[in-house]
Design a protein around this ligand. Structure first.
Ligand SMILES: Nc1nc2c(c(=O)[nH]1)N=C([C@H](O)[C@H](O)COP(=O)(O)OP(=O)(O)OP(=O)(O)O)CN2
Length: 153
């Protein structure tokens, strides 16, 4: 509730896009073809809010995202994303050990859940890096032109 009030007061919004991370995933619970390993070039749009700008006039400095870029690359660039509860997890761990895939295990690999996964990492990061001046509003995880999921608590 308190957070909601803060957001209603938000004046400035900074958006940053991290684009084109080729990765594979599978949705093992899906009844259709999404249970098969398939891949997309995922992109992320991060939206930050602040009430007061930095001395330079920035919400969040576009050039200050290098550590986040490194983390996103590690998670999503040429990786294979698998749900933590995937019954074939051991198979993918074996493929990882044999250097056939670069495995990253997420709570759930859907666009919506991946957006939350990124949000949960970035929210404390931006608080720390702006001493609480800016906060994360939302994360969009996009797999292609047509499909994306958003997490906006
Ligand atoms: N809300 C969501 N729905 C689906 C997700 C998701 O993450 N969130 N993911 C999948 C599949 O894993 C896949 O990413 C989408 O495949 P598909 O259903 O075939 O979607 P397409 O856009 O390729 O289908 P078209 O018919 O070409 O539009 C499924 N759903």
């Amino acid at each position: 509730m308190r957070l909601g009030i803060l957001r209603a007061m938000s004046v400035f919004v900074t958006r940053k896009v991290f684009a084109d991370y080729p990765c594979a995933h599978r949705q093992w619970r899906h009844a259709g073809h999404c249970k098969f390993v398939h891949g997309y070039s995922r992109s992320f749009t991060l939206e930050f809010g602040c009430e007061s700008l930095s001395p330079e006039g920035f919400g969040v400095d576009f050039g200050g995202f290098k550590p986040l870029k490194t983390w996103l690359e590690d998670q999503f660039d040429h990786t294979c994303l698998i749900n933590a509860d995937d019954p074939e997890l051991a198979t993918f761990e074996d493929l990882h050990a044999r250097q056939i895939v670069k495995l990253r295990v997420l709570p759930n690999v859907s666009m919506e859940n991946t957006a939350k996964y990124v949000y949960d990492y970035v929210a404390p990061w931006i608080t720390e890096n702006t001493q609480g001046r800016a906060w994360l509003i939302s994360v969009e995880c996009r797999e292609n032109q047509k499909n994306s999921g958003v997490y906006r608590p």
